[in-house]
Each structure stands twice: as C-alpha cells, then as structure tokens.
Design a protein around this ligand. Structure first.
Ligand code: 3Y8
Ligand code: NAP
Length: 250
C-alpha cells in the first residue's frame, strides 16, 4: 500500500509524544489528523491537519471514525486524560477500528528522591494537612479547587492566564512545557518552594520539576495515574511506527 493511499491515522494528541508521532508520520507522507480537546488558547502547531474540540462522547467519536475515513486510532493522550481514553476504547470496539495506545512509562524514584506517592487528587489534598508551606502545585488548572482546604502559599504554572482561581494565596507563572531542570530549579529557588505536588505523567516534558526537586532535596507528593481500560499499548513513537509498518506495509 503506498503512503498516499493509506487510510488516515487519527492521533488523539496533547502530549510531547503525540507531537513527535505527528512529525514522524508527516515525514513519511502518511496521512494523519491530530485531535486536541481545545483546552488551551493556542496549541502547538502541527505538521499534519488538526481538529479541535470534543467529539460528543464515545458515540460522537464512533460517528467521526465512520464519517472521516479513519483507518486506525493512536491514543497518544496524557495518562491523566482518562475519559477520552475510555471513549476511544468504546468507539473503536463499536466500529471495529484498530486502536493502539502510546503511553509513556511512569516516573520511578531514583537515589535522592523524597517522594510520597498518593492515589489521586483527594489523597494529595489530605497529604497537605500540615503547617503552612510554600507549595509548587504543578498540576495545571483543572483540579485546583480542593487544595483551597489548606492555607498554603501555592505556586501555580498554567498554560494560559486564568479567569479567576479557587486558591486565595497563590502566585501564577504562565508557561507551557516542555520544561528545563535548571529553569525549574531557579523557579523553585525564586519562590522559596519547600514542597512539590505533581502528577505521575511520565515522559520528558514535565520531568524537569522532579529533577530540580531532587537537586534541591525537596519532598514531592506524586499523584498516581487513574486506571485506564485494558487496550493494546506501546510506550514509544518508534514502536507505533513499527506497528503501522507491519499492519499497513508502509
Ligand atoms: C491542550 C497542547 C507538545 C505537548 C506538551 C507532556 C508535556 C508540556 C507537562 C508543569 C506540569 C500539566 C498540563 C503539562 C505538560 C507537556 C505537553 C504537558 C503539565 C499542552 C496542550 C494542552 C494541554 C492541556 C493541559 C491541561 C493541564 C496539563 C499543564 C498545547 C500544553 C499540568 C499536566 O488550562 C488548562 O485547562 C490546561 C489543562 C490538561 C492539566 C490540568 O488539569 O490543568 N495539560 N497541555 C491539549 C488539548 O487541548 O487537547 O497547548 O500545545 C500539552 C502539554 N502539556 O505538543 O509539546 O507531554 O506531558 N500539561 C501534568 O502532566 O501534570 C505541566 O507545569 O510542570
Ligand atoms: P479527559 O478528561 O480525558 O477528556 C474530557 C473530554 O475532553 C473528553 O471526553 C472529550 O470530549 C474531550 N477530549 C479530551 N481529549 C481530547 C482530544 N485529544 N481530542 C478531542 N477531544 C478530547 O481529558 P483532559 O484530561 O481534559 O485532557 C484534555 C487534553 O489535554 C488531552 O488532549 C490530553 O492529552 C491533554 N493533556 C492532559 C493532561 C492532564 O493532566 N489531564 C496533561 C497534558 C495534556 P467528548 O466526550 O465531547 O469527546
């Protein structure tokens, strides 16, 4: 099958790996479309066509797959994006569409790491029940409200300027990753951070804060990933390309 006649690959995106996969498919002349939820004002430009916005649940995604001539779906979304991943499993089952998840491995502690692993956001909030600290709450914007239960000073790093925040005592940095350990260390020193809260996202794009925390000897509360449905999964862009080559002869 020639690259041009290959059915389109739908990449469910929003991660560094999704962007790398889009670049690899474009370089090979393989038709693809990358899908964003529309969470940010100006997502990274991509070398393949992009669609933005929800599909309308699993049924909407199934209808999209049928209508748009998609040949296979690569779920390269963030490991905390549990709903879209569940929808992809349901929609691909309903349509008989091949689905492959590109999921980066969890971060694992190394020498010098002072991690406390917690199951989810509520457990992370409970773990902050302590005397006021200066906390780098590096979990984005969507799940901040429960942390108002504790009178800490929070440093937030958001992709876009927020319309109001649920935390009374916080400082906001506007930045999108991928981030750099030296810059994250300087950020933590500038704001006299003494505790970090982060998601176990894996990948290189968000790891800088953990490397900086290790260098500064700071404790980290690390939130485990939500459970995802069982699906065919690989952990590198190279493995995705090998599968597409094996399945499509491209
Ligand atoms: C909209 C697309 C690329 C992808 C880059 C990766 C790396 C940088 C690290 C910190 C942690 C956080 C957050 C983060 C990282 C990459 C990757 C990653 C964490 C963009 C993007 C979209 C989003 C959505 C956004 C969430 C938020 C989470 C910020 C683009 C930049 C904290 C997750 O304001 C909001 O509503 C933001 C929402 C979901 C988590 C949250 O709950 O608030 N990502 N991030 C995607 C869409 O619309 O479909 O704008 O270009 C993508 C990236 N963010 O192509 O280079 O691969 O992980 N994103 C976390 O991991 O903890 C920042 O500050 O250290
Ligand atoms: P989510 O909770 O799993 O999904 C909520 C709803 O958003 C989905 O049901 C779907 O709406 C829509 N959606 C999510 N991802 C989509 C995509 N790639 N394309 C089209 N629609 C999408 O997702 P989330 O955690 O808000 O993440 C949203 C996006 O940000 C994803 O692309 C994810 O990869 C990226 N991201 C998330 C995080 C994080 O910490 N959660 C971190 C970095 C990047 P419908 O039901 O209407 O189809």
């Amino acid at each position: 099958m020639s690259p041009a006649s290959t059915p389109r690959t739908l990449i469910l995106g929003g991660t560094t790996e999704a962007s790398r996969l889009a670049a690899a498919l474009a370089a090979r002349g393989l038709p693809a479309i990358l899908s964003y939820a529309g969470r940010t004002a100006a997502p990274r430009a991509q070398p393949v066509p992009v669609r933005t916005g929800g599909f309308g649940g699993a049924a909407g995604l199934a209808a999209y797959l049928r209508a748009e001539g998609i040949g296979q779906v690569i779920d390269a979304t963030h490991p905390f994006a549990a709903r879209i991943s569940a929808n992809a499993v349901a929609a691909c089952a309903a349509t008989g569409m091949p689905l492959l998840a590109l999921e980066r491995p969890e971060w694992a502690p190394g020498p010098g790491d002072r991690w406390t692993r917690v199951a989810d956001i509520p457990t992370a909030v409970a773990a902050l029940d302590m005397a006021p600290r200066r906390v780098f709450l590096a979990i984005g914007r969507q799940t901040l409200a429960p942390f108002a239960a504790h009178p800490h000073h929070y440093l937030l790093r958001l992709v876009d300027p927020p319309d109001g925040l649920p935390l009374p005592d916080c400082t906001v940095e506007i930045a999108r990753g991928p981030f750099d350990p030296a810059m994250d260390r300087a950020l933590m020193e500038r704001y006299r951070i003494d505790l970090i809260v982060a998601k176990n996202a894996g990948g290189a794009g968000g790891e800088a804060k953990l490397i900086a925390a290790r260098a500064l000897g700071l404790p980290v509360i690390l939130i485990d990933r939500p459970a995802l449905p069982v699906r065919d999964t690989v952990s590198t862009v190279e493995e995705v390309l090998a599968r597409l080559h094996a399945n499509l002869g491209v």
